[in-house]
Design a protein around this ligand. Structure first.
Ligand code: ADP
Length: 486
């Protein structure tokens, strides 16, 4: 059969490199877009914010202090620290709606400040606009005729005019700031961006190499080691880099052990089944040939041997089929309500023959009316399996006790014998498929080694509890428990 080869994907190192470089390019593009489209509006917004904050602080000062000199000093300080120009004007007491300079009269005015070059008309126009506004503020932003010598661009400026009422009358606070053209800054930033991109891409190469070493290499080593996994071999890589790879290494180590165990179980099963099939087959063939060659051997006893061995073969094959169906959960339980006490009583008749012909003592302690909901046929199978085992392994004692108890609305059935018992080391394994404590003995007592695994599957399918207590040479008690219904 042609093997399907999976489509080759990119290796992890290429993928890491690709993702990291795409991410870096994405980042650089975002920075570029910010510079190209948002730098200017953000710069202007920050200037407006400065002008507003300065204006608020001046207004606060006016309200708090009446000292003219203190106000003038404060204004000078604010002008220098915020690169703004400030004028405070007081409404004229002679002519209404005309303002005169209050604060800077004392130091002769700031002649470097644009506000001192405005004509009275211009000042009056800004103040009027502020007066007319609801907030009593007016922000003007305009291009000037001045050109920057370096970038040959027009300078812009903003002026915030604000009117406040004080006990000395109306006062106008004007704060002015230049907005320097930033296209040359933008050009510098863009050229820097190319260098940044080159450095980032170099870092991506280094980072990819490092990540490849920490992430991909352990996986490559694990993969190499896992190539022998189908044969149950896996040499642990002993990863230290990161947890997921460690866990994968651990999982594969366990998987290799499981494969080995499953392989051994398969071999054992084949060996056991063929052994058990061969023995009756050899007897059937042997007896058949003997009867053919020696007509006087055609006795009823010899024919009975052939019949018995055929039955044994039949039972073994049936058990095997039954177990495999149960294990694959292909069996559908047909549950019904029935009296477990009645079921045990009816089954016990089968064992009268052991009592009468072979001297077995079977003590029975049953309680009445124990209704449960289960697959009646399957529970019969469970009970009979426990009973046949008890008979087979009860040794010379030939004493069996069947007890039924009701506890917390559960009915518990136990089948006790006083025979061989089971060693502690074997007790867990007896429920495994084909496990026999003593193969020779089991053969002598016709056991197939799968009875208890069938019982286990049936009880687990029902969700019922079950178990065994046993002591070597003292006997065993097998039990199962079902919830009772009305
Ligand atoms: P078998 O057909 O060999 O009895 P089972 O699956 O019924 O197979 O039991 C598995 C093994 O458990 C038996 O081979 C036997 O060694 C042990 N075993 C089962 N029942 C008893 C018992 N009542 N006393 C002692 N050993 C038992």
């Amino acid at each position: 059969m042609k093997k399907l080869t999976p489509k080759k994907n990119l290796s992890l190192s290429w993928k890491i490199g690709l993702y990291l470089s795409s991410f870096s390019i994405f980042l650089v593009i975002i920075v570029f877009l910010f510079q190209a489209f948002l730098l200017e509006p953000m710069y202007e917004a920050s200037k407006k914010n400065t002008v507003e904050t300065v204006s608020n602080m001046i207004v606060d000062k006016i309200y708090k202090s009446n000292d003219k000199q203190e106000l003038a000093d404060y204004i000078n300080q604010m002008q220098e620290s915020n690169e703004t120009c400030i004028r405070v004007l007081k409404e004229s007491s002679v002519y209404e709606n005309t303002y005169e300079d209050t604060s800077v009269e004392s130091d002769g005015g700031n002649l470097g400040c644009k506000l001192y070059h405005l004509s009275l008309n211009e000042i009056a126009s800004q103040i009027t606009k502020a007066e007319l506004s609801d907030t009593r503020m007016y922000l003007s932003s305009q291009d000037t005729n001045l050109i920057t010598p370096t970038s040959n661009e027009k300078l812009r400026n903003i002026t915030l005019t604000r009117i406040i009422d004080t006990d000395q009358g109306k006062i106008a606070v004007m704060v002015y700031s230049n907005i320097t053209p930033i296209s040359s800054t933008k050009r510098i930033l863009s050229s820097q961006l190319w260098y940044v991109l080159a450095i980032i891409l170099l870092a991506v190469v280094v980072l990819t190499y490092l990540m490849y070493h920490t992430i991909a290499r352990p996986l490559i080593l694990i993969n190499q080691s896992a190539k022998t996994l189908p044969s149950g071999k896996y040499v642990k890589v002993k990863i230290q880099n990161y947890r997921e790879a460690q866990e994968l290494d651990e999982t594969l180590t366990n998987a290799a052990q499981d494969i080995q165990k499953a392989d051994k179980a398969k071999r054992d099963l084949i060996a056991n089944v063929s052994h058990d099939l061969r023995t009756p087959l050899t007897m059937i063939t042997g007896y058949g040939e003997m009867m053919k060659d020696l007509p006087e051997e055609k006795t009823d006893e010899n024919i009975q041997v052939i019949i018995d061995e055929s039955k044994r073969l039949n039972a073994l094959v049936n058990d095997l089929l039954d177990l495999s169906k149960l294990q694959e959960k292909k069996i559908h339980l047909s549950k019904e309500r029935f009296d477990l006490t009645e079921l045990i009583q009816s089954q016990l008749q089968k064992y009268d023959v052991y009592h009468l012909q072979e001297g077995y003592t079977i003590d029975v302690n049953l309680v009445k009316n124990t209704y449960i909901e289960a697959d009646k046929g399957r529970i019969e199978q469970v009970f009979n399996n426990f009973m046949t085992n008890a008979i087979h392994y009860s040794g010379d004692q030939k004493h069996i006790v069947i007890t039924q108890k009701v506890e917390d609305n559960n009915v518990i059935v136990s089948i006790q014998d006083f025979g061989d018992g089971i060693d502690d080391k074997d007790i867990e394994k007896i429920w495994d498929r084909y496990y026999k404590v003593d193969k020779e003995h089991a053969r002598a007592s016709s056991g197939s080694g799968i009875g208890l695994s069938i019982v286990k599957e049936i009880l687990e399918l029902h969700g019922a509890q079950y178990g065994v207590t046993s002591k070597l040479h003292e006997g065993s008690t097998f039990w199962f428990k079902f919830p009772m219904i009305k």
